[in-house]
Design a protein around this ligand. Structure first.
Ligand SMILES: Cc1ncc(COP(=O)(O)O)c(C=O)c1O
Length: 439
């Protein structure tokens, strides 16, 4: 019975052969509290991946649960897909969210997933060109190793050629730019060379054919944050050429980096901003696209009957908005983000100390609770992604859930993780390394 219900679940991102081989009917999760989850066999895991990086406030967030329960009682459903009678909670949430985003990103468009919203952003940029008569501007430039989700356009924006091949045809008007990690880009010392690959790509496509550049402020593959000055230069140079900039903060936003957004530290504001994952603390599918006035104004009187033809039935669902409002209250409490940054510094210090006695552990990357620790071989070379994935399973066997990446073990615990949880995380990581035998 349990076994057949297990086989009923399928998700394409896990090869089914692997899933069926490793399938253990008792591994299905049945409960969660704070930073831990429990499976059907009663095994307890420290969830250092926050489910899919989204359960940012843990599994016992009472204010979010209560807000959703209240909303269920009064208006359990609704939509903004047709802006006729939008749910009041959704309108209130949009206003509250806009107020904490960098001006002029004041107009909020709702969706359910990050993929839906990155696609929406790129399509909105193209739609804007219809409004302004620049109809040759189709191409979207994204950065090397970017992850922007799945879907015909989001997959194209994601720089994983294997996904392109196997999902083909994906959107053809996307160009990826090989950007060296811009670690040395500082104001004053910057020669502009750091964004040369982006400018070269714009020149080779033709400025009049490029509509937008999309970027993740901290790569979810390498866990290297982009220096603020690099992003500021990118925004200025794109604006000079009439090209939109789209910040994809699906992972970095809503507190992950110890702030509401990464881009709020910049002196320049991108034209569009995508948020998802932690917006509802993972308690409801919720993602948004925030746009500034120039884009919004151009859309107020579109010459087509439907306006911007993009959206889904459950956009602006009031349960997500109720969760989002409760999350904003928590994130906005005095000292919350300072606390996240302090706890992050504690965790980085513990990991760095562990790496001193464990040669397979390298440097810690990232910021806030968006961290990754390098895994290296005896020559200092990064572990291959397949190896990191095998090691992730060794971590799971010790009671530690993580994701995997090329040469890096991603560590994204909850923003509310305790000091004891951080200690447990490092202990379990060391135990997993002690037990691990390479293939
Ligand atoms: C930066 C970034 N953009 C977009 C997405 C896609 O979001 P979703 O999985 O909600 O579709 C993700 C998901 O991991 C992401 O990390």
């Amino acid at each position: 019975m349990i076994e057949s219900s297990g086989y009923a679940v399928w998700h394409g991102l896990t090869p089914m052969g692997e899933f069926l081989r490793d399938n253990d009917p008792d591994m299905f999760l049945v409960s969660g509290a704070d930073s831990h989850v429990v499976d059907a066999a009663g095994r307890r895991y420290l969830d250092a991946r926050s489910s899919m990086w989204n359960v940012t406030l843990g599994y016992s967030c009472e204010p979010v649960k209560r807000a959703m329960a209240r909303q269920l009682d009064v208006l359990p459903s609704g939509t903004v897909m047709r802006y006729e009678h939008p749910p009041r909670t959704t309108v209130d949430y949009a206003a509250a969210l806009a107020a904490v985003l960098p001006a002029p990103l004041r107009h909020i468009r709702f969706g359910n997933t990050g993929s839906q919203m990155t696609e929406s952003a790129a399509m909105l940029s193209r739609f804007y060109r219809r409004m302004t008569g620049e109809t040759d501007r189709h191409t979207v430039i994204a950065l090397h190793s970017a992850y922007h989700g799945t879907g015909p356009l989001a997959t194209a924006l994601t720089d994983e050629p294997v996904l392109h091949d196997y999902s083909a045809p994906v959107d053809q008007h996307v160009v990826h730019v090989t950007t060296p990690p811009p670690v040395s880009c500082e104001p004053g010392a910057c020669t502009g060379e750091c964004i040369r690959p982006v400018l070269d790509a714009i020149d080779s496509v033709g400025t009049d054919h490029v509509t937008a550049v999309m970027f993740e402020p901290v790569s979810g593959t390498s866990f290297l944050p982009a220096p603020p000055h690099y992003l500021e230069t990118l925004i200025v140079e794109c604006r000079r050429r009439g090209i939109h900039t789209i910040a994809d903060e699906v992972t970095t936003g809503a507190g992950r980096v110890g702030a509401m957004t990464y881009v709020e530290r910049l002196t320049e504001v991108p034209d569009m901003l995508v948020l998802g994952k932690g917006l509802s603390a993972g308690y409801f599918p919720l993602a948004v696209l925030a746009v500034g006035s120039p884009v919004f104004d151009a859309l107020t009187h579109p010459p087509v009957r439907l306006g911007f033809p993009n959206g889904s039935t459950t956009d602006g669902h009031p349960l997500g908005a109720a969760a989002g409002l409760a999350v904003l209250d928590i994130l906005g409490a005095d000292g919350f983000f300072d606390g996240v940054r302090r706890r992050s510094a504690d965790l980085v210090a513990m990991l760095t100390a562990a790496a001193e006695s464990e040669p397979r552990l390298g440097a810690v990357r990232g910021e806030g609770m968006l961290l990754g620790i390098e895994l290296v071989d005896e020559n200092g070379e990064p572990w291959r992604v397949r190896e990191v994935n095998r090691f992730r399973l060794a971590c799971r066997d010790q009671g530690l859930l993580t994701s995997y990446s090329l040469g890096v073990l991603p560590l994204l615990p909850q923003l509310t993780v305790s000091e004891a949880d951080c200690r447990e995380l490092v202990d379990l990581l060391l135990k997993a390394l002690a037990a691990y035998r390479p293939a």
